[in-house]
Design a protein around this ligand. Structure first.
Ligand code: KIV
Ligand code: ZN
Length: 556
């Protein structure tokens, strides 16, 4: 790399638009979405899709609601041509879906493209040629006027061929390829020249697609280009302005969003952003960004996992773990403070289910359930995790509703285990640690049998228990106004006097015949230390007594 001064690269020239309007606008409706997965996305795959795979992908796109789908570049290969023919011959294109075909401004390619459309009810023919100074000089060695002529001649041929397939309702699209790097006034001049040929109307608009073929600057520059274009286009009412961003600088999504603020009506992109180099625009992310702002994206993205499966299988691409909305880890919090906040937010939401209108859970932009994700992965435990996360998992996965005062201690016990192994713990491992530490504590005190007898109408009961204490059997007896207090009385009569009962709670786990009770007891020793124990049993009395035994054993 060069060091200062850097002469190898230079900044883009800003667009002269001092009264730009886009920064103070908001997006309040979904754009027209056009999927280019089967063309731009497909041409970027190491192993392009087979015809069968394209058909399956096409059907997924239709299912989620795309009404415009660029199906390929039919003049470029036999597979592309055959795919369109299969769509037509097998009547796979729904009435409300328009297929789009891309073609370069070259005569034989345009003619072949029209052949592929025979029998199609509705189609968009998408013509392009490259317009940037770099492409003009390096790739084509042609002047501005010559490049404009290429566009005009392509447009004229297309216009003359439209009538050759009268049964097809054709709409027309033009892209000044490399628009992002083209002088805006020249791009406008070429687009208006194409409009002149195609003579669009307010009811049959031309689509002017303005590709950021290569993303060359910050998204605000893209927005300025789009606003400048929209404001200077003579017959704006006869054009649909379309965006087609790529992601070379990693800001393709932002560029599209700002481009929409700048006045564009339509967006071309792919699912999850597959495409040349760093990819096309990720339509799923932009659509869900709209959704989380309260705007209906008009795409059904309620089952992202299924969509992702299809996408990954057919494209042989993987969605990274932290990819917005779809990545494996995007609904996972490892950090303790995040887990705490998420748990509080979820609890509050569950409590106020009817009154909380808007989704407001800290650290979660979207309710994972809205897009078919579940809460399973929201909280995962490693050594960064805290009390809230552990309590959340024990509750969600194992039905244990730990008293709040117990959370910090249990969190610490589990964290220590995670730290020791330096790894993330699965929910079942956390449960096992909890059982080992708080439930299965049978030494030095253990109950062998226990009998209870109601001895007065006011609820007093008597307990007689067979116990093992320091490996010796004994029979103990006590009374109280419940089994716990009677057992404490019996233990104290036996000589285990150095503790007092501080807290007792219980709740049921599960339903019907499988219901169990969980009891939590906190005791305080005479040295001032406090200790928790838990008992889980189908018998509620035994759950409580076992909790007491565990707490006692943990105090030793
Ligand atoms: O990125 C691009 O410029 C394109 C055009 C062909 C529309 O894909
Ligand atoms: Zn592209």
């Amino acid at each position: 790399m060069q060091r200062d001064p850097i002469s190898k690269y230079r900044p883009v020239k800003p667009i002269d638009l001092p009264d730009r309007q886009w920064p103070s606008r908001q997006i309040d409706h979904a754009p027209i979405w056009t999927s280019v997965d089967l063309r731009d996305g497909n041409q970027a795959l190491a192993i392009p899709m087979t015809v069968d795979e394209k058909i399956e992908f096409f059907e997924s796109l239709v299912r989620i609601g795309f009404k415009e789908i660029e199906v390929g570049f039919p003049s470029a290969s036999q597979t592309e041509f055959d795919f369109i023919r299969r769509l037509v011959d097998e009547k796979r294109i729904p009435n409300d879906v328009t297929i789009q075909v891309l073609v370069q401004a070259r005569e034989h390619l345009i003619r072949r493209t029209f052949e592929s459309l025979e029998g199609v009810a509705k189609a968009i023919v998408h013509l392009y040629n490259s317009t940037s100074p770099l492409q003009r000089r390096v790739t084509f060695n042609k002047s501005k006027a010559e490049i404009k002529t290429i566009a005009i001649e392509g447009a004229e041929l297309i216009k003359s061929l439209v009538d050759s397939i009268p049964e097809t309702q054709i709409r027309l699209e033009y892209s000044p390829e490399s628009f992002s790097d083209t002088e805006v006034d020249y791009a406008l001049e070429v687009c208006e020249a194409v409009m002149q040929v195609w003579q669009p109307s307010e009811t049959n608009k031309i689509i002017l697609n303005l590709p950021a073929t290569v993303e060359i600057a910050t998204p605000n520059h893209h927005a300025d280009q789009i606003e400048w274009f929209c404001r200077n286009l003579k017959e704006r009412n006869k054009a649909i302005v379309s965006l087609h961003t790529h992601n070379d600088r990693g800001t393709g999504i932002a560029a599209t969003e700002l481009g929409l603020l700048a006045g564009a009506d339509r967006v071309e992109g792919t699912l999850f952003g597959n495409g040349e180099r760093t990819g096309n625009l990720d339509i799923v992310t932009v659509a869900l960004n709209l959704y989380t702002q309260g705007v209906d994206p008009k795409l059904d993205l309620a089952d992202i996992p299924a969509l992702r499966d299809t996408y990954e299988r057919i494209t042989r691409m993987n969605i990274p773990e932290r990819h917005p909305y779809a990545g494996d880890l995007v609904f996972t919090a490892f950090s303790g403070s995040h887990q705490d906040a998420i748990k509080k937010g979820m609890d509050l939401r569950a409590k106020n289910a009817d009154s909380e209108e808007h989704w407001q859970v800290p650290y979660l932009l979207i309710d994972p359930e809205d897009i078919g994700r579940n809460y399973e992965a929201i909280i995962r435990i490693n050594s960064q995790s805290g009390k809230g996360g552990v309590a959340f998992l024990l509750h969600r996965d194992h039905g244990l509703d730990l008293p709040k005062v117990m959370h910090p201690e249990v969190g610490e016990v589990v964290n220590r285990a995670a730290d020791q192994d330096s790894r993330e713990l699965a929910s079942t491992e956390i449960y096992e640690i909890f059982l080992r530490e708080y439930v299965e504590r049978n030494s030095p005190l253990k109950i062998i049998t226990i009998e209870r007898e109601d001895i007065s109408k006011s609820g007093e009961i008597q307990i007689e228990a067979q116990i093992l204490y320091q490996e010796k059997e004994a029979t103990i007896c006590g009374t109280g106004n419940g089994p716990i207090s009677a057992f404490v009385d019996a233990l104290q009569a036996f000589g285990l006097k150095d503790f007092q009962l501080l807290d007792y709670r219980q709740h049921s786990i599960g339903h019907g015949s499988k219901t169990e009770a969980a009891a939590y007891i906190q005791i305080k020793k005479s040295d001032g230390t406090c200790h928790f124990g838990c008992g889980i049993n189908s018998n509620i009395d035994l759950a409580g007594l076992n909790a007491l035994v565990s707490a006692y054993n943990r105090s030793r």
